[in-house]
Design a protein around this ligand. Structure first.
Ligand SMILES: C[S@@+](CC[C@H](N)C(=O)[O-])C[C@H]1O[C@@H](n2cnc3c(N)ncnc32)[C@H](O)[C@@H]1O
Length: 253
């Protein structure tokens, strides 16, 4: 029987699909894709049967996948890829040997490229933490972002569900002072917007816009990634290169 390919689709721009992902997508007769990837990938989806996975409960979805697999290979477009916060793990596990996962450009990778900044920098940032206030838990011992934020940490915050003012207060508690902060909205999609400021300025930079779908009408996580930490504006300089060349990279006979 035909297999089901969970293809890391990247942030939204089909140019960021891997060659392998593009080949498997081309072969698929049915594609399950959440919005907005159904729109941005429209040209590559022409002539295929398209479904939105979130239109179905789990057993309905499995039955539909099985029916589609009789006709040809099935593909899922996974926003970013499966590495972080992907909703498809239960499907991948249930399909077992019939599922294959294709890596893609994660949102963190796309963000780093867009900002033209590596998210670690020796002497500036010695660890990066990926977290979401949505999944940290709400029992009394659950950590909050203040527990994760600290000097030397680059924090990547997915699916933020806190009002920006409150988020900034938690971050300031953790960092102990203002540090650079970026909001990356709709990366690789129409309407892309990047705000780069710091804990003191970011609220004003939004000019009151809701980048996180916090209003009552739309409860789906907004397509906004938050990155916080000194590495966003740090620049290592020439000595950084020469020191590493001398002590790490240079071939020694
Ligand atoms: C369910 S997670 C998906 C993460 C994805 N699996 C990855 O590889 O990074 C959804 C969250 O990822 C971030 N996100 C997804 N697509 C994005 C985009 N195009 N631009 C900015 N952030 C995005 C937002 O924080 C959003 O709430």
């Amino acid at each position: 029987m035909n297999r089901v390919f969970f293809i890391g689709a990247g942030p939204g721009d089909p140019d960021l699909l891997t060659l392998r992902g593009a080949r498997l997508l081309e072969q698929a007769t049915t594609v399950f894709t959440p919005d907005p990837l159904d729109q941005t990938f429209a040209r590559l989806l022409r002539g295929k049967k398209i479904h939105s996975p979130f239109d179905y409960y789990f057993d309905e979805l499995l039955a539909l996948i099985d029916a589609c697999r009789q006709k040809g290979p099935v593909a899922f477009l996974v926003p970013g890829d499966l590495t972080f916060y992907a909703p498809f793990q239960a499907l991948v596990d249930t399909l077992g040997e019939n599922a294959e996962v294709i890596p893609g450009v994660g949102i963190a990778n796309a963000a780093s490229a867009r900002l033209k900044k590596t998210l670690d920098l020796p002497g500036v940032c010695n660890r990066a933490i990926i977290a979401s206030p949505r999944t940290l838990g709400d029992d009394e011992n659950a950590p909050d972002l203040a527990d994760l934020a600290a000097p030397g940490v680059t924090l990547l915050i997915y699916m933020n569900n806190l009002p920006l003012e409150e988020l900034v207060v938690q971050l300031r508690r953790g960092y102990g002072r203002s540090v650079p902060m970026a909001l990356l909205h709709r990366l690789g999609l129409p309407g892309e917007e990047i705000l780069l400021g710091d804990l003191d300025t970011i609220v004003d930079l939004t000019a009151g816009r809701d980048f996180f779908n916090l209003g009552p009408d739309n409860r789906r996580p907004a397509l906004t990634l938050v990155i916080v930490g000194e590495t966003l504006t740090a620049s290592p300089g020439r000595d950084w290169w020469d020191f590493r060349r001398e002590h790490i990279w240079r071939h020694r006979s």
